[in-house]
Structure formats: structure tokens, C-alpha cells
Design a protein around this ligand. Structure first.
Ligand SMILES: [Zn+2]
Length: 84
């Protein structure tokens, strides 16, 4: 029976240090255009508010013009296309 090597990929001290190291999250302005800096795409709750507005446009309670007035940012157009 051949001796099996039990070599697992070793965690070097360097690797461990890298894993421990927390990169500061780069904050970007919320895509809705409100100017709030956030770690994600949206400031908390702003995505829900936006998708609710998109739904209103789809159901006819609001016009697309009103939506773009409320959300003038170009980035947000991609989100409205992805919204269900
Ligand atoms: Zn926002």
C-alpha cells in the first residue's frame, strides 16, 4: 500500500494575514441620484422605493416621465430595465 501524502494546501502566515485583513469598502453614491454614499449600489431602502416607482409606471399609476424626473440618473435606467 503506497504511502499517501497527507499534504493539504497549507495556510501560510501570509495567507492568513491576507484573509484577516479587511479592505475598507469603497463607498459610492447611491444609484438613485440622491447623493448618499453607500457600500453597495443603493442606500438602504432606496432600491425598494425605486422598484415601487417602476411598478407604478408599469401599472399606469405614474408616467415614465415622472419616474425620470424623480430619478434623473442615467445609471438607474439599467436598473429599471432589470426590474420585474
Ligand atoms: Zn438613493
Amino acid at each position: 500500500m503506497p504511502a499517501t501524502t497527507k499534504d493539504k494546501p497549507k495556510m501560510t502566515e501570509e495567507t492568513k494575514a491576507k484573509l484577516r485583513e479587511k479592505k475598507p469598502k469603497e463607498k459610492k453614491p447611491c444609484v438613485c441620484g440622491c447623493g448618499t454614499l453607500t457600500g453597495g449600489s443603493w442606500a438602504p431602502g432606496h432600491d425598494a422605493r425605486f422598484y415601487a416607482a417602476v411598478k407604478k409606471v408599469r401599472s399606469g399609476d405614474m408616467t415614465a416621465a415622472d419616474l425620470s424626473k424623480q430619478y434623473p440618473s442615467d445609471t438607474i435606467k439599467n436598473f429599471s430595465e432589470r426590474a420585474h
